[in-house]
Design a protein around this ligand. Structure first.
Ligand code: FES
Length: 569
């Protein structure tokens, strides 16, 4: 029997007789109509996260055909395989809980099935990080292609795009500024095409992060989902994956300490999603590369915000695409970047930046000389309330609230929040700091995007638009507000956040990067001694829920599973 270590002969099913394994596999593969010639080709697997429960991926069947065309052009055999898909708004309790499951699915199916390279088709918030986590762990040559953003829509004279405008209109509705009829009309116009959310939310940020890391082809992150260029990008991605047969470049050669630092820089210049810090930490963590929040602050101090997109600015992803996309941002940041980082094309980042950028729309992408903000969009806070850190998206917050000492109004869970937030008798003023406990990764809520606590109705009705809000939860990348997130360690494991009581004083200083609970240590010690976790113990749970409860790490470690770190790390 012919000896081959590529294509269908890779990773044989073990029957204790290699030749029999090859013979049987060829026989079964032939049943799919492949000729013997085709079965000798190297294989590009295509991890397809299409799902009827994922609106953002609804155009994947068409993109898949284009990826396959590219693989065939490159002389390979394209073989699609399904993986778990994570449609952001279709998952309970929250999509983050299943990101690690998708990453394990992706990793194991890349490793277990016979392929020489893989194309990762993802897009919606958690899918790209899950695929990158899986791919770097499997360490087979891999190229990411993203879904691309939705197009915007219209309501009267206004442009609408998911999902900053979803929240804006919901806020107006809660404040009684628009009617039920109007919110129903808006509801049907917010998301009108295939693709990911139309602003610089988590999906768009992760698409830009993937391109900056070098895991996707240059210029592909921002192409709208329904643009013909997206299909050309899909074809080119298939071709690029097939080209790796001759010159394999492994994810571990691309995702390095230096490329991760480049990605953090771009994230900050984008005014990107807070979630991206968690995801990037998890991706890098799979290779034993630490992402330090202290280092994030250092980079943030020297990285300007350049991109004028919602929720930080005024525009949408389709504008970013036409304005020059990630390439234009990278060129502005060039003196700050590590240009020797390898990419999936075999070129370095520096090589990429040699090509002509084309025109850049400065209304959307500012120059480094005249940035939107002189410092990066995210800042990590530390103090006795967040010993391992917390995150604030300062570019999407009200600067008047940045230096504040105020009374805490505490909600002990999401259920408590839902029950009391709109109570007319709730003891709260606009000068208070609202605190949400037990919404972190180990909580039963699974760290949902609930950190964007709604402004109590009695205050929103008076026109209050923003308040300081603190929690161990996450926030949608599309949201705006002075919202401190990812407090670590979280309340459910007895972190200091669990010790806050209504009436305590809290001090926030964005200038100093601090977050402190102004309560005597003796009193805190008393509260600590009385702490009991509200979380159902792992031993009383089963299946994936149990694995999650036992393994999930805190936000500063990317909420990955402890067992997914490299052996020995
Ligand atoms: Fe999929 Fe926003 S819901 S990216």
């Amino acid at each position: 029997m012919e000896e081959r270590s590529q294509g269908l002969a890779r990773g044989l099913t073990n029957y204790g007789d290699r030749d029999f394994s090859v013979y049987l596999r060829n026989s079964f593969a032939s049943s799919m109509g492949y000729s013997r010639e085709v079965l000798k080709k190297p294989i590009v697997g295509i991890a397809n996260s299409f799902s009827g429960f994922n609106n953002c991926h609804r155009h994947f069947p068409e993109m898949l055909e284009a990826v396959k065309r590219g693989v065939l052009l490159g002389g390979g055999l394209p073989v699609e395989f399904p993986t778990i898909s994570l449609g952001e708004v279709f998952l309970n309790p929250t999509s983050l809980k299943f990101r690690n499951l998708m990453s394990m699915d992706t990793e194991e199916m890349i490793r277990a099935q016979p392929m020489d390279a893989v194309v990762l088709m993802g897009g919606c918030d958690k899918t790209v990080p899950a695929q990158l986590m899986g791919a770097v762990s499997a360490d087979l040559p891999a190229v990411q292609i993203v879904a691309g953003p939705m197009m915007t829509s219209r309501y009267g004279g206004e442009r609408l795009g998911a999902c900053t405008d979803c929240r804006r209109f919901w806020g107006k509705y809660r404040a009684g500024e628009i009617s039920t009829e109007e919110i129903n009309t808006v509801e049907s116009r917010l998301a009108t095409t295939a693709g990911t959310c139309a602003v610089m939310g988590t999906a768009s940020t992760m698409a830009c992060v993937a391109e900056t890391l070098g895991m996707s082809l240059p210029g592909t992150a921002a192409i709208p989902a329904v643009h013909a260029d997206r299909l050309r990008a899909a074809e080119a991605t298939g071709l690029a994956a097939a080209r790796m047969f001759e010159r394999p470049i492994r994810p571990s050669q691309i995702v390095t300490e230096r490329s991760v630092e480049n990605a953090i820089r771009v994230l900050l210049a984008l005014g990107g999603s807070t979630n991206a810090i968690i995801h990037l930490t998890a991706i890098a963590g799979r290779l034993g590369i630490p992402v330090s929040l202290k280092r994030l602050n250092e980079i943030s101090e020297e990285t300007p915000v350049l991109v004028n997109l919602k929720p930080v600015g005024a525009n949408y992803m389709e504008d970013f695409f036409h304005a020059g996309g990630v390439g234009a941002v990278l060129r502005e940041l060039r003196p700050l970047l590590h240009l020797d980082c390898m990419t999936v094309t075999g070129e370095t980042l520096g090589d990429r930046l040699e090509t002509d950028p084309g025109p850049v729309d400065r209304n959307v992408i500012a120059s480094a000389e005249e940035p939107l903000e002189p410092k990066g969009g995210l800042v990590a806070l530390f103090g006795n309330l967040a010993p391992r850190g917390a995150i604030l998206k300062r570019s999407a917050a009200d600067k008047r609230l940045f230096e504040k000492e105020a009374r805490a109004v505490v909600f002990t869970s999401l259920e408590d929040l839902a029950a009391r937030i709109d109570d007319p008798d709730l003891d709260v003023t606009e000068d208070d700091v609202m605190v949400l406990q037990n919404a972190g990764p180990k909580s039963s809520a699974g760290m949902p995007e609930a950190g964007y606590l709604p402004i109590p109705k009695k205050l929103s009705a008076k026109g209050v638009k923003d308040m300081v809000r603190i929690s161990d939860a996450r926030m949608s990348g599309t949201a705006f507000g002075t919202i401190v997130l990812h407090v670590a360690p979280e309340a459910a494991v007895g972190g200091p956040l669990a010790l806050v009581r209504t009436g305590d004083r809290i001090r926030l200083s964005v200038e100093e990067g601090t977050l402190d609970l102004l309560v005597e240590e003796e009193e805190l010690e008393r509260r600590r001694a009385a702490f009991t976790s509200p979380v159902v113990p792992a031993a009383e749970r089963r299946g994936y829920d149990r694995l999650y409860a036992e393994q999930v790490l805190q936000a500063d470690e990317g909420c990955d599973f402890a067992i997914m770190k490299p052996v020995g790390a």
